[in-house]
Design a protein around this ligand. Structure first.
Ligand code: C5P
Length: 201
């Protein structure tokens, strides 16, 4: 039996943390779909052509250790506007979503485009300032030298591109449950997500 949890939202809203915790809680597999676009973006930064890179993408590319940088995030959001890039990544995500034993996928278009029939859909958001501060602290902890202003500009640029693109723009599915994490602790946000999914099992 399959059970799909779709978790969408803008950068650094807490999707990743919530998705990992929810997957661990229910024993579901987890796919961070941003990694697919980051892996394509990383290849483009080294000279690859985006559509060919997306079509040739392999599972081990998602484990490259350079995918969490701001440069790769920007490159990812640029390749993510290309319809053929998105199309090349659909089958992998849909197969993952329907694996036996349950799956959590987080991204921008999971509840709207990839898994419109997901059993549970969450849209996780927070103000741009709160999200930029979280991302700043995360990057600083990893030794990145980016300033608060640079991180906020990066978050806003990606929001703008992800929300306004023609192809699979970032938006909440009509039947998604909204979780605003601006004023929530991680524990409270996770508890809220777990309770909403529990109610749909
Ligand atoms: O989630 P993450 O920040 O890793 O995603 C990187 C970029 O990949 C996003 O800014 C977005 O442009 C793109 N993306 C997407 N659709 C998804 C996941 C990520 O367009 N499902």
């Amino acid at each position: 039996m399959s059970f799909t949890v779709a978790i969408d939202g803008p950068a650094a809203a807490g999707k990743g943390t919530i998705s990992k915790a929810v997957a661990a809680h229910f024993g579901f597999a987890h796919l961070d779909t941003g990694l697919l676009y980051r892996a394509v973006g990383a290849k483009v930064l080294t000279g690859a052509e985006p559509i060919a890179a997306a079509e040739a993408l392999m599972a081990e590319d998602l484990e490259a250790d350079n995918l969490r940088t701001p440069e790769v995030a920007q490159a990812a959001s640029k390749v993510a506007v290309i319809a053929e890039v998105r199309a090349a990544l659909v089958a992998f995500q849909q197969t993952f979503a329907r694996r036996a034993g349950g799956a959590v996928l987080d991204g921008r278009d999971i509840g709207t485009v990839i898994c419109p029939d997901a059993e549970a859909k969450l849209f996780v958001t927070a103000s741009a300032e709160v999200r930029a501060e979280r991302r700043y602290l995360e990057l600083a902890a990893k030794g990145h030298k980016d300033t608060r202003e640079e991180v906020l500009a990066d978050v806003k640029a990606r929001d703008e591109r992800d929300t306004n693109r023609a192809e699979a723009p970032l938006k909440a599915a009509d039947n998604a449950i909204l979780i605003d994490t601006s004023d929530l602790s991680i524990e409270d946000a996770v508890a809220r997500a777990v309770a909403e999914i529990e109610a749909r099992l």
